[in-house]
Write a protein that binds this ligand. Sequence first.
Ligand code: C2E
Ligand code: MG
Ligand code: MG
Length: 302
Amino acid sequence: RAMMACNSLKNNYNANISFYDTELHKKELFEECLVADVDSSLVNKNFVVYYQPKYDISGSRPKLSSAEALIRWNHPEFGMVSPGVFIPLLEENGLVSKLDHFVWHEAASQVRKWRDTYNITIPVSVNLSRIDIYNPKLEENFMKLIETNGLSTRDIMLEVTESAYTDNSDQIVQVVENLRSKGFFIEMDDFGSGYSSLNMLSELPIDALKLDMKFIRNIAINPKALHMVELMMDIADFLKVSVVAEGVETEEQCRLLKQLKCKIIQGFYFSKPIPPEEFKLLIEKEVKARSNEAKEIEYVNR
Ligand code: C2E
Ligand code: MG
Ligand code: MG
């Protein structure tokens, strides 16, 4: 218990004494429960995959272009637990890779279902944890996944968090490079959120930068924040990678990003992460819009 109290002070330079109190005790019990319940929750379908759309705003109307798969845990005792709470916890003991596998399988079969039902391809990006990258079977697993679902490597995009690149960059670069050579599209998640890898950016094998939402938050109220995003866009341009802006919540933010020629937007402005039953309504809307556009073109060409 003393050690746990001690650990709770890690990286906290303002305090030099800590107690193992009821609060810490409750937290420990809560975390223990979560860890113990992963397997049963997988079996009982308490984990569900939600999808958040990404829109291409470069044209005259925002076009549904892809989605991100985000896990949700409806815990039988605690109700909805945020991934911000359980992912870091399960990363500590490696259990997260079980969840990631579950999410990847769900996502791939969802892409297949949408294609079969609506004759449309909505690629889905999935999150990779650090530990996944060290799995020697990672590439094989993804290839199997693609094959089983009759998909191509373009249909599943992979999000690797920025901080993973700074851990053991040589190994990660190698793994990611191999996946890219198979045709997978790699997005650097949370770009600019912490451990900046700016110095290695030019050597990293990536296809897109996902600008962390902290960059977006103030662009409509602080010209400096907007200028920062403009500079990021320049960096991306120089590297010849595309940019996805995350955490876009307002129309004004969206308008400013469009002005800066940011093509892909993800955020509550368009939609929160939603279950597949709701996501299909967005697809139906998109299919309708595309069919109307096709009719218009046909009419003009006649
Ligand atoms: P992330 O991959 O950067 O995902 C984006 C997070 O931002 C999601 O939080 C999403 O709900 C939230 N978000 C999106 N748009 C907005 C917005 O406009 N405003 C605000 N305030 N938030 C927005 P979520 O779903 O809680 O996930 C948190 C993190 O947990 C994710 O960050 C990711 O790192 C991790 N995570 C989620 N699902 C998985 C998974 O299946 N596997 C792994 N390894 N990690 C996951
Ligand atoms: Mg992500
Ligand atoms: Mg992100």
